[in-house]
Design a protein around this ligand. Structure first.
Ligand SMILES: [Mn+2]
Length: 214
């Protein structure tokens, strides 16, 4: 069980291990960040949202983003992440807006797709070129340009997304090989800021193991 001020996610399959947390800043009752994972047969999609500011209004924006993406993926599991970002922008109109990062691992193709707007960081270990960056803007308020990045990845790669409540000095090198639970606790303890909502999500591309010999 996660503590009351924290929402945890964890989804595993033969091809991926996805886990993360969204932790409310000290002194707030509702979390302005949000996190969600959507496994499908062929891929897994992950969402990290940071509602502008913090508290109830930020929560309203990030919750609207999760509700919207959840609904669209339920309607069409194959929906592209750039399309998700485009309609998310419309869905968040009337809220104060959010930073949004959407990431999809496609193990069969050996690629990670990413589309981000605002302050959601993306990085990998080992460091893969072309992994992508979030473009400037606020989803729901001002979004000039979006771009979907596609990056080749290899089994055992670790890809992480995080809100600005996690320090940008975060170094994956020392923790990338740790078991997921330990990795998350290390990030929480060493890199999450007390004075902001902090969200971190890790995607590990699991090598398909060979069936045991009979
Ligand atoms: Mn923040």
């Amino acid at each position: 069980m996660s503590p009351k001020n924290r929402e945890d996610v964890r989804v595993t399959s033969d091809h991926w291990e996805v886990a993360g947390f969204a932790r409310t800043m000290i002194g707030e009752h509702s979390c302005g960040d949000a996190i969600a994972v959507y496994p499908a047969d062929e891929w897994v999609t992950a969402l990290v949202v940071d509602g502008l500011g913090h508290g109830a209004k930020a929560h309203e924006a990030s919750a609207a983003a999760v509700a919207h993406v959840t609904q669209r993926i339920e309607e069409n599991p194959g929906v592209g992440i750039e399309s998700l970002m485009t309609t998310c922008h419309k869905a968040l109109a009337g809220t104060r807006g959010a930073a949004v990062g959407i990431c999809r691992l496609e193990p069969g193709r050996g690629v990670v797709r990413f589309c981000g707007v605002g302050n959601i960081a993306l990085t990998s270990f080992p460091n893969r070129r072309g992994m992508g960056v979030s473009l400037a803007g606020v989803v729901g308020y001002r979004m000039r340009k979006i771009k979907e990045f596609v990056c080749e990845v290899e089994p055992n790669d670790l890809v992480v997304l995080y809100s600005d409540g996690v320090s940008s000095r975060l170094s994956l090198k020392a923790i990338a090989k740790q078991p997921m639970d330990k990795l998350l606790e290390t990030v929480m303890k060493d890199w999450a800021k007390d004075h902001d909502d902090a969200t971190f999500l890790a995607i590990r591309f699991v090598a398909k193991s060979n069936p045991p010999a009979q």
